[in-house]
Ligand binder design. Structure first.
Ligand SMILES: NC(=O)c1ccc[n+]([C@@H]2O[C@H](COP(=O)([O-])OP(=O)(O)OC[C@H]3O[C@@H](n4cnc5c(N)ncnc54)[C@H](O)[C@@H]3O)[C@@H](O)[C@H]2O)c1
Length: 310
């Protein structure tokens, strides 16, 4: 992708900043971000001449001016927390669904060529029919999952009604440098690493035999770019396509950090799913291969990043 005008909503966040850093040398990048969780320091060069940074809340702006001349949109800004969405479903609907419909409307009015939407495996909810295929009926168990499913339907309807091209990417468990480690809802890898670096005992809920399907943030950024370049309209799971148990994961983190700290086991949390694994055949539609053999290497890169910001 070269010489394109690109808008990234949430471009200062964990995943969005990786996309921005990959594209900025050869494209003009506009980022809209309210800095609620994102950080300017996540960009390799916040003063890059190809960057326009609009520090605003996506929900409070008329987007027509910002979308003028834009070729492609990567839409990542959202309420990203499942527990917060359960506490405040009305805000979740507003921040995730209404803002997306507003953005889609502005895309149509400004002849945007394609939008790539960050969806989530939360759309599948507690569906146990693994490996999960994109054709399964959505079965979300949280307002967050429902909001993502709803956005996917809006994307399809805008494609049918107005010809707006789209790909929705359902991310499974993303990990990598820049993932938030301080949030009370921190994901499992930053949580393990952070606790061990602070000489504390990480918590595992349940027996630790629950499995997850992890995907490295660099692959997720590539997936966004490949999806944008493809002519595929529809939904694609973004995952490694394999399962690793939380106990296995802890073992690798423990070995890499050369620690003897054992995890503390607490009762399973209500709503936690037992197993998760994606069917990744649709990756072919966007011409992407994810190399699972690099899981350990990517985990080490991630651990080193957490050590360095400590
Ligand atoms: N990280 C994961 O494992 C994961 C998994 C599934 C789906 N997703 C989805 O991927 C997207 C990016 O997630 P992330 O992990 O990078 O999260 P993040 O919190 O790091 O990034 C979100 C970014 O959006 C910005 N933002 C939030 N609300 C905004 C608003 N109203 N206006 C303007 N900016 C706003 C934040 O400041 C932040 O920079 C989200 O849509 C999320 O739902 C992430």
């Amino acid at each position: 992708m070269k010489n394109k005008n690109i808008l990234i909503t949430g471009g200062l966040g964990f995943i969005g900043s990786h996309i921005a850093n990959k594209l900025i040398e050869e494209n003009n990048i506009t980022i809209i971000d309210n800095l609620s969780t994102g950080k300017i320091t996540y960009l390799n060069n916040p003063n890059h001449e190809n960057l326009t940074l609009i520090k605003k809340n996506l929900k409070s702006i008329d987007l027509n001016d910002d979308l003028r001349g834009i070729d492609y949109v990567f839409h990542l800004a959202a309420m990203v927390s499942v527990p917060i969405s359960i506490e405040d479903p009305i805000s979740c609907n507003f921040e995730n669904v209404s803002t997306t419909v507003n953005l889609l409307d502005a895309c149509v009015k400004n002849d945007v060529e394609k939008i790539v939407f960050s969806s989530s495996a939360a759309v599948y909810g507690d569906n146990r029919n693994i490996p999960l295929k994109e054709t399964e009926l959505p079965s979300p168990t949280s307002p967050y999952g429902a909001s993502k499913a709803c956005c996917e339907l809006y994307l399809k309807s805008f494609h049918e009604s107005y010809g707006l091209n789209y790909t929705a990417l359902r991310y499974f468990n993303v990990f990598g440098p820049k993932q938030d480690k301080n949030s009370p809802y921190a994901a499992v890898i930053p949580n393990f690493v952070n606790m061990i670096l602070e000489n504390k005992q990480p918590v595992i809920y349940g027996d630790g035999e629950q499995t997850r399907d992890f995907v490295y943030v660099g692959d997720v950024a590539n997936a966004n770019i490949k999806a944008c370049e493809s002519d595929f309209n529809g939904i694609v799971n973004i995952a490694g396509g394999s399962q690793i148990s939380i106990n296995q994961l802890y073992g690798i983190v423990k070995k890499t950090l050369r620690t003897d700290i054992e995890p503390k086991y607490l009762p399973e949390r209500i709503g936690d799913i037992k197993h998760s694994q994606a069917d990744i055949c649709n990756l072919d539609y966007i011409n992407l291969k994810i190399d699972n053999d690099k899981f350990q290497e990517n985990l080490i890169k991630t651990i080193n990043w957490f050590k360095q910001i400590k």
